[in-house]
Write a protein of this length. Sequence first.
Length: 65
Amino acid sequence: MDSISIMFKTKQINTTTVIEKQATTSKQPLLTITPSVTAGYDIINHKWGVMAGISLNLNIKPKRR
């Protein structure tokens, strides 16, 4: 006898793990008040000017496609 060939049975095990997370959305307030600096033309005094003050902002969420 010149050579011996031995074959073993093999098993292949595939596992898949799926992890699901619930999406958390942080709600943004609809109206916010922030400090602001504005520059522009004053139509009453007919002059250009700069003004510092408080701004009221409306937050609108864009539609997703």
